[in-house]
Design a protein around this ligand. Structure first.
Ligand code: ZN
Length: 317
């Protein structure tokens, strides 16, 4: 290794499970991360995180992402439009899933399916929620500043009535969740309503330092576990924004799956959303920390039956 800065080959680690990388160097066209005890090539560092080859397993399930459910719905030019669905529409969605014999996977089932350990039952779908809003658990009210009214909205009650399983991805900081709400979340049946993490402060992950990424991912998991007694196994990237450092941090802190929205944060495709989104698949084209979801929004072209019965996979051009 003529141009190598390595003192000897001992410092190039083949396997690594230590702290997050501090820095990178490039040697003979290969990028190495500087970690405790030496250097490790990107390929080794990212083992199991990068896309793997297609195999025999070809499970494919749609993963739905809801945000806030409220009494009201907004016009399309309102900034709350895309993240606020009316409770009537939400109730229709849940009833439709039940009436049409959809199997809503529990978090535990979803992990087994998406990691390729089991095959998904027919008509499987995974229901998820991002951020935390009082309307999920019946503690929401009327917000004077926004006009958003979650009074009397209780998604847990609705889903219990229809036998729907779901994952709630929580922002643990920003005073988003009150003591009373933590108690309610802790008392949920966590097999039916699993608690996943959605960072501490909802940052754009790719804009953070490595340490900040690690803290957002690790601290949110620790807070949910200590406040509710639930075990946090899954994660959702705020805004779908993600990078390899986040995936390393997720692996290191013991998460099993992470979900995005099928596009990158600043991806211009976001301006033509939805029809570009693909399902979460275990055919190897995505890793377990890079799973796609479909946002369910008050958009005519994107009602639940349309999401689940039509093929929205991007076509080859
Ligand atoms: Zn979010």
């Amino acid at each position: 290794m003529l141009s190598s800065p390595f003192v000897d080959e001992q410092v190039v680690l083949g396997n690594y499970d230590g702290e997050m990388p501090n820095d990178y160097i490039e040697v003979n066209g290969i990028r190495y991360a500087q970690v405790d005890g030496g250097f490790i090539s990107d390929d080794d560092l990212m083992k199991n995180l990068q896309p793997i080859q297609h195999g025999d397993i070809y499970n494919k399930i749609p993963v739905l992402a809801y945000h806030r459910i409220a009494q009201n719905e907004f016009e399309r030019d309102n900034s709350f439009w895309s993240y606020t669905l009316s409770v009537g529409k939400f109730k229709d969605d849940m009833a439709w899933l039940a009436d049409n014999d959809y199997h809503t996977l529990t978090e535990s089932e979803a992990i087994d399916v998406l990691l390729g350990r089991t095959t998904a039952p027919d008509k499987s779908v995974l229901v998820t929620f991002d951020d935390f809003y009082g309307g999920w658990i019946g503690t929401g009210g009327l917000e004077d500043t926004t006009g958003i009214d979650q009074t009397g909205v209780n998604c847990v009650d609705i889903m219990t009535k229809y036998g729907i399983n779901a994952i709630f991805f929580l922002i643990t900081g920003n005073n988003q969740i009150s003591d009373e709400e933590w108690t309610i979340l802790g008392n949920l049946d966590h097999n039916q309503f699993a608690l996943g993490a959605h960072t501490v402060t909802h940052p754009a992950i790719s804009q953070l330092t490595n340490d900040e990424i690690y803290d957002q991912i690790s601290d949110s998991k620790a807070t949910i576990e200590s406040r509710t007694g639930a075990t946090v196994r899954t994660f959702a990237y705020p805004g779908g924004d993600r990078n390899d450092i986040a995936r390393l941090a997720l692996r290191k802190t013991g998460y099993e799956l992470a979900f995005n929205f099928g596009f990158l944060h600043n991806d211009t495709r976001r301006t033509v959303p939805d029809t570009e989104l693909t399902e979460s698949i275990t055919d190897g084209s995505l890793s377990s920390y890079n799973l796609n979801r479909k946002e369910v929004r008050p958009d005519n072209a994107w009602t639940l039956p349309d999401v689940l019965t039509n093929d929205h996979t991007p076509k080859e051009s």
